[in-house]
Design a protein around this ligand. Structure first.
Ligand code: NAD
Ligand code: LMR
Length: 315
């Protein structure tokens, strides 16, 4: 309970040791929106991560709020943002823009001021617009480093691996499905021609799988019937992603190979994480005709969502 830990006089959950397993330093992590459906299990799972020495849990519920934000952020290596409202049936992620855009903007202003070098993981929807908003805030503050700002689309990868593994009769951990683009509808682009281990599907299977992966979030929103969107699976995906970021931070600094894979300034794709965040962006690889058509649709919608975020931030 994040509020309780504050009320008991401890501003953070600290491990008795500041060294993570293996002798490397533990990292300081803040979760903004920690009392929510994602925030609660995410906080518990991050607390269990041996790479984390200090965990700050921030929310506006209960006794906390803006007056505590600076304390929550100061000195952090990684900030995870699941703050904001979730969808109800019938809504798109973009319908959350009016509320969540302002929340993310304010939180990122705090990050720019208190921990400008932190890696930032943005979960709040619509991710396709909230990441550009965060970038604009950081640019204005003179702290923007594209290597350190990451939208979390990991849940799409988790879902894709699960659905493909179901059909193949494999363990999802043995399946690797690249999912690129963004995190809403057609912008979620699974590259089923690049699945590892290699396998082949009929065109009906490909159409079905693509649509299921693109609409996985909506499936959950409808099943929850007004009680919110995916929480536990998102906490799992966020922890997997945060852990990859922390393991990267512990690693070596590299010569950056920082290529854009499309003409868009924001586009989810496979990356290598290191001491500075994203150290390398991998090319898309060979795409077939079905995927190429999907890519064009994805880029069109993604470009509009990016533009919407940028104009909001500069209003
Ligand atoms: P929730 O309503 O259960 O929790 C949100 C939390 O954010 C609440 O505790 C609330 O008090 C807090 N909050 C609101 N404004 C805040 C502020 N200004 N500062 C700090 N905290 C604030 O919602 P949830 O189910 O946890 O979902 C949170 C967000 O994550 C939603 O926008 C949802 O769409 C998004 N989401 C993204 C993905 C993804 O794959 N990227 C997956 C699932 C959900
Ligand atoms: C998801 O994919 O589950 C999240 O983006 C939440 C949503 O609104 O679908």
């Amino acid at each position: 309970n994040p509020n309780k830990s504050q009320m008991e006089g401890s501003p953070s959950l600290e491990r008795s040791t500041c060294r993570a397993k293996g002798g490397s330093p533990g990292f300081k992590v803040a979760i903004l929106g920690a009392a929510g459906g994602i925030g609660q299990p995410l906080s518990m799972l991050m607390k269990m991560n041996p790479l984390v020495s200090v965990l700050h849990l921030y929310d506006v519920r209960g006794f906390l709020g803006p007056q505590q934000l600076e304390n929550a952020l100061t000195g952090m290596d990684l900030v995870i943002i699941p703050a904001g409202v979730p969808r109800k049936p019938g809504m798109t992620r973009d319908d959350l823009f009016n509320i969540n855009a302002g929340i993310v903007k304010t939180l990122c202003e705090g990050i720019a001021k208190c921990c400008p070098k932190a890696i930032v993981n943005v979960i709040s929807n619509p991710v396709n617009s909230t990441v550009p908003i965060a970038a604009e805030v950081f640019k204005k503050a003179g702290t923007y480093d594209p290597r350190r700002l990451l939208g979390v689309t990991m849940l799409d990868v988790v879902r894709a691996n699960t659905f493909v593994a179901e059909i193949l009769g494999h363990d999802p951990r043995e399946v690797d499905v690249p999912v690129v683009g963004g995190h809403a509808g057609v912008t979620i682009l699974p590259l089923l021609s690049q699945i590892k281990p290699p396998c082949s599907f009929t065109s009906e299977e490909i159409a079905h799988l693509t649509s299921r992966i693109q609409n996985g979030g909506t499936e959950v929103v409808e099943a929850k019937a007004g009680a919110g969107s995916a929480t536990l699976s998102m906490a799992y995906a966020a922890v997997k992603f945060a852990d990859a970021c922390l393991r990267g931070l512990r690693g070596d600094a590299d010569d950056h190979i920082f290529l854009q894979v499309t003409e868009l300034p924001f586009f989810a794709s496979k990356v290598r994480l290191g001491r500075n965040g994203v150290e390398e962006i991998y090319p898309l690889g060979p795409v077939n005709e079905f995927e190429r058509a999907g890519l064009e649709k994805a880029k069109k919608e993604l470009a509009a969502s990016i533009e919407k975020g940028i104009s909001f931030a500069n209003k």
